[in-house]
Design a protein around this ligand. Structure first.
Ligand code: SF4
Length: 332
């Protein structure tokens, strides 16, 4: 898809039809790294939970028909999927502009299989040299990232960007990473570590560090370094203000398990509320067998045993549902 066509498609979907045009898809939740800033690898994601290629192809086709234009794969680590080349080839065949975020751990080895089907390659880096290896817990990873980027540069059609994370205590990494991107002749975008409650608090940059890091990024951008963050985004990140989330409005996010967990939760919620309602009726009508038939206990008499059991069960099921929803994201 050419840039002119892409711009037209995005404009038409976003402003004329007001429909999401970005599709973020996790082909897998598995990951081959154990980064300190991220707990996705702790999710015990299983290969058997993942959508097969046919289901992904069907979903891509539906979203394409509905107006999605840009597909971004992330995870977990997408290169873990053996059928990644087929997923990307199918997306290209359908007319998507394809983009993928990777930790580059196996980019050199696996890249030739999928890079021909990719338009934008996003390479994660947390620091220069051993700083990156230390943050990701894997010696030699930084060199493998560089090797992967050099390989990718052999594919002339690819737009390559470093996605650099700003950590607490890592403000001094901004300039070396921007210099690296300039030397490699690729783009770079900076983002602060995303806070994950009770997990990575000590890696989240302080407000003072955000201020310093992003004023450095702005200065480097002004000096011609290949920083691609829009100025407005840099202003927001520098101030520590929250971004307005674009999911739902211009973007849709799909988990590696497809729609099944959402549908299961919906059914689970409906069964729980039906149980709650039915049990309440049994209780209000004192349906036998009943407790405290002869005398009252704490003001209770003729309490339906089935009703109280159903009410208790629905309460436990409702709490479990809320806990699972809260664990996997947000209630809103
Ligand atoms: S590579 Fe990405 S998904 Fe994997 S543990 Fe690190 S940050 Fe998380």
């Amino acid at each position: 898809m050419g840039i002119g066509q892409l711009t037209w498609d995005i404009g038409r979907e976003a402003w004329l039809r007001q429909r999401p045009f970005l599709l973020y898809l996790k082909p897998t939740g598995r990951c081959d790294l154990r980064c300190k800033i991220c707990n996705r690898w702790q999710d015990k994601a299983r290969k058997s939970d993942e959508m097969p290629l046919e289901e992904i192809a069907e979903i891509l086709a539906r979203f394409r028909r509905a107006g999605s234009v840009v597909l971004t794969l992330w995870g977990g680590e997408p290169t873990i999927r053996a059928d990644l080349p087929e997923i990307l080839a199918e997306a290209k065949r359908l007319g998507f502009r394809t983009s993928m975020c990777t930790n580059c751990n196996s980019l050199e080895r696996k890249g030739p299989g999928f890079l021909p089907h990719l338009d934008v390659l996003l390479c994660s880096l947390d620091g220069y040299g051993e700083v990156h290896d230390e943050k990701r817990g894997v010696p030699g990873l930084f060199e493998r990232v560089l090797g992967g980027i050099r390989l990718a540069k052999g594919y002339g059609h690819l737009d390559i960007k470093v996605w650099a994370t700003v950590h607490r205590g890592g403000v001094d990494q901004v300039e070396p990473l921007a210099g690296l991107a300039r030397d490699l002749n690729v783009g770079i975008e900076f983002f602060p570590v995303s806070p994950i409650s009770d997990y990575n608090d000590e890696t989240v940059p302080t407000p003072e560090e955000l201020q310093e890091a992003f004023s450095t990024v702005k200065r480097l951008k002004a000096r011609g370094y290949p920083v691609r963050n829009p100025d407005r985004a840099l202003d927001i990140m520098q101030s520590g203000r929250r971004f307005r989330c674009n999911f739902g409005r211009i973007a849709v996010h799909l988990d590696h398990r497809g729609l099944a967990p959402s549908v299961n939760r919906l059914v689970f919620g409906m069964v729980t509320s039906a149980l709650f309602l039915g049990s309440s009726i049994l209780l209000s009508m004192n349906v036998p067998p009943v407790l405290f038939k002869e005398h009252s206990f704490l003001g209770m008499q003729n309490i339906s045993i089935l009703g109280i059991a159903g009410l208790g069960t629905s309460f436990v099921l409702g709490l479990r549902l809320l806990r699972d929803i809260n664990k996997s994201g947000h209630l809103d």
